[in-house]
Write a protein that binds this ligand. Structure first.
Ligand code: NCD
Ligand code: ZN
Ligand code: ZN
Length: 362
């Protein structure tokens, strides 16, 4: 058995308020614990989005009542809330800028609005951006103009990781995260077939394969692995949508990921593609440093590195009930999570009750 620190997922969608049929603070944090995470930072693209005091307070109250692991909540930037957000910043995990279209109503399509947020948001709280391709280049320019650190969410393409490498080499204070689905899946895993067998290992239907950033080419995936030293964090981008929604006429983009991130990465460790230190740096040390997160006393996880099993959507705690990694054979099983001296997960069962999670900003 190997002991590791309680892991931190800096990019999680918990869907509360507004879409609790997909996930809520209870099921989402149960999924986090079942995945080895003792802290999740939840994204603001809820309904309503967390872009003002009223919505933010509603979400904070629900989280306080229902969360089983520790959490922080992001605030979302809009065209007109740059002046209002600094008052809420002390209680927020970070500020999120949505600069490309994705799931939810938040899209900041005006570089002057980006600049207003860079000017007003307090320097002791991170700014995180969804910025793909040329949007990433524009964002790095504006962050440099304002002399501000910025963290790039879910980097997926060769051109993006190489741009971040160049920015870092120039000395710009940029950090980034990469998701397991971009490390392990490509467009070649997506196939249009009339059969009902989507979900068996080997391929995903185009609608199940919808995610932002989109799954990229094998060359893009290889570039992520080749530039591992540029990747500061791994993040699940746990984006639960029901299978009925994914298989419907307007499939929303996003994959669940909280319960598959650790076993996929441990499998890569088993195969010699990563070291355990690489994983702990990117799921614990770097997230803590970049987001300024407190230590969790008497908190750790235990992993059996040799246990082999098959990923099954039906075995997961997430309410969405599926996974793009259905049937994948992995090596490395979470056996136990201890949170503040108490068993929070043991032998496949989540034991921490709703309400036992703490806000990392309190
Ligand atoms: C996310 C979601 O569903 O909230 N979807 C996704 O495809 N990643 C939004 C996001 O992270 O861009
Ligand atoms: Zn995004
Ligand atoms: Zn996301």
């Amino acid at each position: 058995m190997i002991q590791l620190p309680g892991l931190i997922d800096i990019h999680t969608h918990l869907r509360e308020p507004g879409a609790t049929h997909k996930e809520d603070f209870d099921t989402g944090t149960a999924a986090a614990l079942a995945g080895g995470f003792t802290v999740v930072l939840a994204m603001p693209n809820t309904q309503p989005p967390l872009v003002n005091a009223a919505a933010f307070n509603t979400a904070l109250q629900a989280a306080r009542r229902k969360a089983r692991c520790d959490y922080g909540l992001y605030l979302g930037a809009t065209l007109d809330n740059a002046a209002e957000l600094p008052a809420l910043a002390p209680r927020a995990a970070a500020l999120k800028l949505y600069l490309d279209a994705t799931y939810g109503p938040l899209l900041l399509d005006d570089t002057q609005a980006w600049r207003a947020h860079f000017t007003r948001w307090p320097p002791n709280r991170p700014i995180v951006a969804h910025a793909e391709r040329q949007t990433l280049a524009a964002l790095l320019f504006i962050a440099a103009l304002h002399d501000r650190p910025v963290h790039i969410a879910h980097v997926a393409r060769r051109e993006e990781i190489l741009l971040i490498r160049a920015a870092k080499e120039k000395g710009l204070p940029v950090t980034c995260e990469v998701c397991p689905h971009h490390l392990f899946l490509t467009t070649e895993d997506v196939q249009d077939s009339g059969s009902r067998e989507s979900g068996i290992r080997g391929w995903l239907s185009p609608s199940r394969g919808e995610v932002r950033p989109r799954l990229a080419s094998p060359a893009d995936r290889a570039a992520l692995w080749d530039n591992l030293d540029v990747i500061d964090c791994f993040a699940s981008d746990h984006a639960p949508h029901l299978l009925s929604e994914k298989d419907g006429p307007h499939p929303p983009p996003g994959f669940p990921g909280l319960e598959t991130t650790l076993p996929l990465l441990l499998t890569a460790v088993h195969e010699g593609r990563l070291t355990l230190e690489d994983v702990v740096a990117r799921l614990y040390h770097n997230p803590r440093r970049i987001f300024g997160l407190p230590e969790q006393p008497e908190t750790w996880i235990e992993v059996d590195p040799d246990a082999a099993y098959e990923i099954r959507g039906a075995d997961q705690y997430t309410r969405c009930g599926w996974t793009p990694f259905e049937g994948w054979r992995v090596r490395g099983r979470l056996a136990r999570v201890v949170l503040r001296g108490r068993d929070a997960f043991r032998d496949g069962k989540v034991l921490a009750p709703p309400g036992s999670g703490k806000n990392v900003r309190n």
